[in-house]
Write a protein that binds this ligand. Structure first.
Ligand code: IMP
Length: 190
């Protein structure tokens, strides 16, 4: 089936966004991260478990897992979202915990984006309290200029500008997650 190229601009909730990371750039980078994870966990006895952070990271988690060839498991946390806003509320609320027992496991937290870093920090702290054998993190995107807390990312897709982005799992008031590429707010187009 032919795949249509991602459009150069899209309109979401009346605002214009421009193509920022296309599907090829995203899949190439994820292939590199998968190879890195394969190498890092090849000698571990227990398979690593990916903990995706819902909702935003569901697509990245699925693609990252499929870029990994060693045995691995998956489970999900669900945190509060931005709501319909373009800036973080500064509050992180847990909506769904995880079922898996993480004691003694090799855990990789998977986020869509590290903005203030509060969500990543929250999940890392929650999981660290469960005594995993090791704890690392992956994020497709990070906005270095927005970071407010220490939120380490071991497997990073891309550092990006400090502007609102949508697509590839990231939403604006719950829509736009299904865009196949990442789009950034076009300040000139507002
Ligand atoms: P943080 O806690 O401020 O790092 O933000 C974490 C969450 O806010 C992410 O997992 C996203 O769901 C959401 N978020 C942050 N920046 C953006 C953005 O530019 N677009 C859409 N969602 C975002």
């Amino acid at each position: 089936m032919p795949v249509a190229a991602a459009p150069e601009t899209v309109t979401c909730r009346g605002e214009r966004f421009r193509l920022y990371l296309d599907e090829e750039a995203i899949s190439n980078r994820i292939a590199e991260l998968g190879a890195q994870i394969d190498a890092d966990y090849a000698d571990m006895e227990e398979p690593p478990i990916f903990i995706g952070v819902l909702n935003g990271a569901y697509i990245f988690t699925a693609d990252l897992m499929r870029a990994v060839t060693i045995d691995c498991e998956v489970d999900f946390y669900k945190l509060s979202s931005y709501g319909a806003e373009k800036v973080s509320s500064g509050e992180v609320t847990l909506k769904k915990g995880i079922d898996a027992d993480l004691e003694g496991r090799h855990v990789i937290v998977v986020e869509d984006i590290v903005d203030t870093g509060l969500s990543m920090r929250y999940v890392l702290d929650q999981i660290a309290a469960k005594n995993p054998a090791s704890l690392r993190s992956a994020s497709l995107l990070r906005k270095p200029a927005a970071l407010k807390v220490d939120a380490p990312v071991d497997y990073l897709g891309f550092d990006i500008d400090n502007l609102f982005v949508i697509g590839y799992g990231l939403d604006y008031g719950q829509i736009a997650r299904n865009l196949p590429a990442v789009y950034i707010l076009d300040e000139d187009g507002e």
